[in-house]
Design a protein around this ligand. Structure first.
Ligand SMILES: Cc1cc2nc3c(=O)[nH]c(=O)nc-3n(C[C@H](O)[C@H](O)[C@H](O)COP(=O)(O)O)c2cc1C
Length: 229
């Protein structure tokens, strides 16, 4: 697959088939992802890959916990989202929520159904594989960029294998539970989870195609007088 095709066909999949993904395939994706650039070649990323009983135990413990204590009231390990949202970002965030729930046929006021859908995150949306991405918290803000490149490489590399993914920052709200099941040392911060597997082509969740901005909205060109757009 061409890099451009992998980039253009990547999207967040929120319903997977149960079909297993061979360990060798996951290893290949991660080995390629590790080709990502990083400041001073620090390669600060770590990946904890879960499947089967380990994954199921993490899901079960999180779901048990959130039944007693809403996950949003817990402290995430870092601020993925701003404390105060401003435009245009809040508008885009609201549109995503609106489009996702409309696709799923969930009414705006149906909080219970929205919450049920949100909890699907903790089941990795049915994916057979979950990947937890961590890095050493003694590193600095720039490390988030390096780790982001690693994450994107996983997502693009998965496309090259005919697989799909969904980033899952939500796991940082329940990082303490994830840690109980994996040998993640205290100095590592849980950046996010990633669901990985075969997209369910018939699932309504996967009919959502989000809007993307045109390039003119975020890029400007300077000194190209001889090459008008
Ligand atoms: C680091 C990261 C974390 C994310 N966390 C979640 C999440 O917890 N749950 C979820 O449903 N989607 C999550 N997403 C998916 C975004 O909502 C999605 O990327 C965005 O809506 C754009 O859609 P697209 O990926 O289909 O282009 C995450 C994406 C990224 C990059």
């Amino acid at each position: 697959m061409l890099a451009q095709d992998a980039i253009r066909t990547r999207r967040s999949v929120r319903r997977f088939l149960p079909d297993a993904v061979p360990r060798a395939t996951i290893t290949r994706i991660l080995a390629d992802a590790g080709r990502a650039p990083s400041g001073h070649n620090t390669q600060p990323w770590k990946a904890y890959v879960v499947t089967g009983a380990v994954k199921d135990r993490i899901t079960a413990e999180i779901l048990e916990m959130v039944a007693a204590e809403p996950w949003e009231q817990r402290k995430p390990e870092y601020d993925y989202y701003p404390v105060t949202w401003v435009e245009p970002f809040i508008g885009r965030k609201r549109k995503l929520g609106h489009d996702l729930y409309r696709t799923l046929g969930i009414a705006r006021e149906d909080k219970a159904a929205r919450e049920r859908q949100m909890l699907e995150n903790f089941k990795f949306f049915g994916a057979p594989v979950g990947i937890f991405i961590t890095f050493d918290r003694r590193m600095a803000t720039g490390t988030f960029m390096d780790v982001g490149m690693f994450i994107e490489n996983i997502m693009i590399g998965a496309r090259g294998e005919g697989l799909d993914t969904c980033g899952q920052a939500i796991f940082t709200w329940v990082h303490d539970i994830v840690r109980r099941h994996l040998p993640i040392p205290p100095e590592e911060i849980l950046a996010c989870g990633i669901a990985l597997g075969h997209a369910d082509p018939d699932a309504i969740e996967n009919k959502l195609i989000v809007d993307k901005l045109p390039v003119e909205a975020y890029a400007s060109f300077h000194g190209f007088e001889d090459q008008p757009s």
